[in-house]
Design a binder for this molecule. Structure first.
Ligand code: UD1
Ligand code: MG
Length: 458
């Protein structure tokens, strides 16, 4: 049976990144480079996906999990040597094998499909995916004879001055006849400028054996960009971000300045949502319809339902239900759930708390480890005192209660529904239904005392 396989090369250290992190684990738009590659490969029909790991093998395997098989390249002796590590898993299969690098994160499944189709149409032994680079520096060059037929790929460091002038580059993606690939790999050597076993040498080997070598030139060079250093990583990020943002705008999302809007690849956004400049939407965030995300808001791994307004605030691992609003300058820390039509105003911090529907927390307040019911009014400067220096404790406040300004609610504490806490109180004991609690010293007025003060004015 003819199989379709993919080998992802991800064993290199990535010296040019000058990083403690292995190259393919650098991130753009919320995902590692190698995960972007795998995600696109997964969208084209494959019988086997094998990832070659070496440097940082454990970290790469942890990142990709069981979505791919793995082979280990103990020593990084070149891309040809890397592919050879998959021999035990694949060599006996009939069919086609695509090779792709873990450092080319912008490729789309559509391009992979086009490449397979071209390869089959040409009945080739290998088809190289090529593109025309405005600046080909660093890439392998595609050498064609006077008839335009590809004869070999020359690496930058091995190129003659004339070859270095060629702008058609090797994108590092190929489809091979599977058996021909592994047979030819055994004929490569490391007699080149880098002393490595080059996968690219397989092209010349097959050509010299009279096999059909095809090249499919894709239109968009930028999709084929390889990321070898931080400058390229920044460029690739910009391109991917533009692609993601365009997708959302085409689906009915408004962006005031898409060049200054940062949305991770897995984020979902409903239609008629408006996004102001500087907004960052990270991780697995889901935003509903008709939301307004004000300038410089940052939302991570959170769910916002429809009609939610966020004004210059930060939201982490939390949920805001329909009609609720927050900000400016407020912070939802993890595990907060904000029910319908809640108002959270300026400088409010909520942590691991549920805020019931219609409740208002307007100003300068900290709510941590708490459950608040419906239609509560929390005044200005209220502190839910949740930490005793060793443990966190919970506070529960029932529906329709009123928490006066500048109160401290010292947990563990139960404040029943329909209660009133007087401003400036430090509440340490439970408050029962229909009670008013006041816990502050009474005011004393001393008549005429002002005149006795040494700094009196007259
Ligand atoms: C490679 C190609 C070059 C092409 C470019 C496209 C070769 C010899 N050169 O160059 O023609 O234009 O990609 O981006 O193939 N890797 C291993 N084991 C190794 C060496 C590399 O797994 O021993 C992996 C790396 O992790 C990386 C990929 O192979 O994901 C490509 O290696 P890299 O060093 O980036 O090759 P380039 O110099 O970019
Ligand atoms: Mg590279």
């Amino acid at each position: 049976m003819a199989t379709r396989n993919t080998i992802i090369l991800a064993a290199g250290k990535g010296t040019r990144m000058k990083s403690k992190l292995y190259k393919v684990l650098h991130r753009l738009c919320g995902k590692t480079m190698v995960d972007h590659v795998l995600t696109q490969v997964e969208q084209t029909k494959m019988d086997n996906i094998v990832t070659v790991v070496g440097y940082g093998a454990e970290a790469v395997e942890k990142e990709l999990g069981d979505r791919t098989k793995y082979v280990v390249q103990g020593e990084q002796l070149g891309t040809g040597h890397a592919v050879l590590q998959a021999e035990d898993l694949l060599a006996d299969l009939d069919g086609m094998t695509m090779v792709v690098s873990g450092d080319t994160p912008l490729f789309t499944a559509q391009t992979f499909d086009n490449l397979f189709k071209y390869h089959e149409d040409k009945k080739a032994k290998v088809t190289i995916l090529t593109s025309k680079a405005p600046d080909p520096t660093g890439y392998g060059r595609i050498v064609r004879n006077e008839l335009g037929i590809v004869t070999k790929i020359v690496e930058q460091k091995d190129a003659t001055p004339a070859e270095a002038e060629i702008h058609e580059i090797n994108t590092g993606v190929y489809v091979f006849d599977n058996r021909a690939l592994f047979t030819a790999l055994h004929q490569t050597n490391n007699q080149n400028a880098q002393g490595e076993y080059y996968l690219t040498d397989v092209i010349e080997i097959l050509k010299n054996q009279g096999e059909t070598v095809a090249a499919y030139q894709m239109a968009d060079f930028y999709e084929s960009m390889g990321v070898n250093d931080r400058v390229a990583l920044a460029k690739a990020t910009k391109i991917m971000q533009a692609r993601i943002n365009e997708g959302h705008m085409r689906n009915g999302v408004s962006m005031v300045n898409p060049d200054d809007t940062y949305i991770d690849v897995d984020v979902k956004i409903g239609s008629d949502t408006i996004i102001e400049p500087g907004v960052q939407l990270k991780g697995q965030t889901v935003i509903g319809d008709d939301c307004y995300l004000g300038a410089h808001s940052e939302i991570r791994n959170s769910i916002l339902h429809d009609h939610v307004t966020v004004t210059s605030s930060m939201i982490e691992d939390s949920e805001m239900k329909s009609g609720s609003n927050i900000g400016p300058n407020s912070h939802l820390r993890p595990e907060s759930v904000i029910e319908e039509n809640v108002h959270l105003g300026n400088f409010v911090e909520i942590k691991k708390a549920t805020i019931g529907a219609g409740t208002k927390v307007g100003h300068l307040t900290y709510v941590g480890n708490a459950k608040l019911g419906k239609n509560i009014n929390v005044g200005c400067g209220v502190v839910f005192v949740n930490y005793d220096g060793a443990n966190k404790h919970e506070t529960v406040v029932g529906d329709d209660s009123f928490i006066g300004s500048n109160s401290n609610l010292v947990a563990p504490l139960n404040v029943a529904d329909h209660t009133f806490i007087a401003a400036g109180s430090t509440i340490t004991d439970d408050v029962h239904q229909y009670d008013m609690a006041i816990a502050r010293q009474r005011q004393t007025n001393k008549p005429g005392y002002f005149k006795k003060l040494s700094y009196k004015v007259d």
